[in-house]
Design a protein around this ligand. Sequence first.
Ligand code: ZN
Length: 605
Amino acid sequence: MPEPAAVHYRITALDPAAHLFEVRCTVGAPAPGGQRFRLPRWVPGSYLIREFARNFVDVRATSATGDAAVGIAKEDASTWLAAPCAGPLTVIARVYAFDLSVRTAYLDTTRGYFNGGAVFLCPDGMENAPATMEIVLPAEPTYAKWRCATTMTRDDATKWRFRAVNYDELIDHPVEMADFAVCHFAAGGIPHQVAITGRHTIDAPRLERDLARVCQWQIDLFGGTPPFPTYLFQVMAVGNGHGGLEHRSSTSLLCSRNSLPQPGMTEPTDDYVNFLGLASHEYFHAWNVKRIKPAAFLPYDLSRENYTRQLWAFEGITSYYDDLALVRSHVVSEEKFLELLGRGITTVLRTPGRHTQSIADASFDAWIKFYRPDENSPNALVSYYAKGALVALALDLQLRLEGRTTLDDVMRALWQRYGAAGIGVPEDGIAALSSELAGRDLGDFFARYVHGIEDPPLAGLLASHGIALELRASTGNNDRGGKPATAATETRPRSWLGAKATGDLRLQHVYSGGPAERAGLAAGDMLVALDGIKASVDALNTLAERGAAGRRIAVHAFRRDELMTFDVELAAAPLDTAFLVLDAHAAPDAQARRAAWLGMRPATA
Ligand code: ZN
């Protein structure tokens, strides 16, 4: 018999058309002086204070038989205090749920979804008490096919009743409720499920085969035994969308329906590789951040910001391994992996903010900077995902070059020493462990590329692995890098305005020190004419193709409602677009290193 729960929750899909859940929290023995209830202000994995309480439409309380009203009042934005009463005390809230993201909650006539932290109040003092939870689906016949997908422990095979050992576990098993499609596969000897909501078509056997390989590779990387009894991918397929949030034995993914594998597909499309990378990323988090955690997250304090300078490791190393797992499990080719890597390098090269902010500082300030981007972000910020992945790549290649260890070994050691042991990683833990396994002090590496603003020396490290890093100018807004320029017009020298315009010709970003900034143009300016010609996306492209560096042009633009003229001196386009080439003439030792790294056999001469 399970221990009787100290806290019981019941969540009802009250009114799907109005996007309202009713959420009840019952406490058997409320605090004699009045019971306090708190709602998290952020969700682990997404480092922004979100104030979930703003979606609580109304809150009331009853005691004993349920008909005696108990006073309840707010103490601050996310805390309620119920008046002293005899138990059981039930707090009843109506919660508005219409956020189509993986972070909060959603309810309409087609599906329901919630993260526990966005809907379940935590009674003060009962954070570590066992909890039970019951889901009540809508009763109308049109919802007859709805069921629930979650990895929370189920208590009753006939009802949607679950239990959790404490509040932390309760809110780490999001729930999808809908008439979803299900795929199944096994990896590491345990069942894996993919529940897909939203209109879509899919080559299910292909998805099952590819995900099984990726998951198995990751399980093997960490020693062969999954740290969870089962795993669930909750997939919401939409027209346009991309996002994921990691949990201890599941992940919620939002993706474009076009990114699911289609019947008849042979080579994986870019969109599908993108989906696999997202799924791989969140699965890797089941180890790296859900179990191998910064000490600052043990435990999470969901009432305020939790500061660490290590997000670069938990997101950057995960971003490095998400695509690496695809090539090492033979789901994508070596060439496709190098294309993805080239795009990642391009992203960082196009971020002048990397000369200003370190990835350690970007981690610390994620709460107010990375998660709150604005027009100046490219100039002042660096992504701890994008540059973090490149630092992880540089660290792996450096360790491989020295020959004593690899980042794979470091990850396994992090898992054994911290993750499996339930110990938080201290702020200098990854540098210390890497140095220990490398047999030398790597403090200089971390000082330069993690705590400092230097670019990691990728060209040399890649060359030592038989891969050439090439740079060229961008060929336009859709050029994400990863491939050489092909058309004749793309290989000619190009000019540069130093600003990024949206499709409606509004300047979105004006880059530090570029021609637009020097001429006085600003983000938000609406382009009217370029060199006396009506501004358009085509005109911008033509200018980039034909405008010679050093030429001066007049740019007319509206700022607020005032027409202004700017004298812009075009510059040569920066070589900020990277692609990688397998070097067929690389020395045999470099080729052998590449084969060991990417898990491919050495190329035969
Ligand atoms: Zn992540």
